[in-house]
Design a protein. Structure first.
Length: 175
């Protein structure tokens, strides 16, 4: 069996390590704080800060588990507080349990509602391209897609095609 030695000295089997994402592999081998030495005072302050947040409910898991992103899972073997715990019971990674739930495998389901992971950056329309069409100007390609019930590719084909001169991106053609 081949092993990979992580930066913290822990050894992980190659089969498990190869299933990790690139980011997890990279940060496990080359952590950003590698080689940094923290004084006892700094370590104590960091620990106290984390404990203070947990006591104040900031890091408290919304679904009762230990981890803030945990979701309770129902399986044929019972209820588990996290995907990881269910995965350990079945001898697989937690993502397999998530996939089984998503794919509708009988007996597997989430008991906790999905977490609200709103990201204002992802929904920002700052870079949205306005589209002029025969039915008016739409604030984004997505809005145009919704109105016409067409794919992004079809909208862009119309914008680029000489067959549809009335379709264009604002700022790219003189009005």
């Amino acid at each position: 069996m081949e092993y990979v030695t992580l930066a913290n000295g822990k050894k992980v089997e190659w089969d498990e390590f190869s299933k990790w994402s690139y980011k997890k592999q990279h940060t496990s081998l080359f952590p950003s704080n590698k080689g940094k030495v923290f004084s006892d005072e700094v370590r104590k302050r960091m620990s106290e800060g984390i404990l203070k947040h947990r006591r104040n409910g900031i890091f408290k898991a919304p679904h009762g588990g230990e981890h803030a992103m945990a979701r309770r899972v129902q399986t044929p073997a019972g209820v588990f507080e996290t995907l990881k715990a269910a995965g350990e019971h079945y001898g697989v990674n937690g993502r397999y349990i998530r996939n089984w739930i998503r794919d509708g495998k009988v007996g597997f389901d989430f008991l906790s509602p999905p977490l609200n992971r709103k990201s204002t950056a992802a929904k920002s329309s700052r870079n949205a391209k306005k589209v002029a069409t025969p039915n008016g100007v739409f604030k984004s390609i997505s809005a145009c897609m919704d109105f016409y019930q067409l794919s992004r590719a079809e909208i862009m084909n119309r914008v680029k095609s000489s067959e549809f001169p009335e379709y264009y991106l604002l700022g790219t053609k003189e009005n």
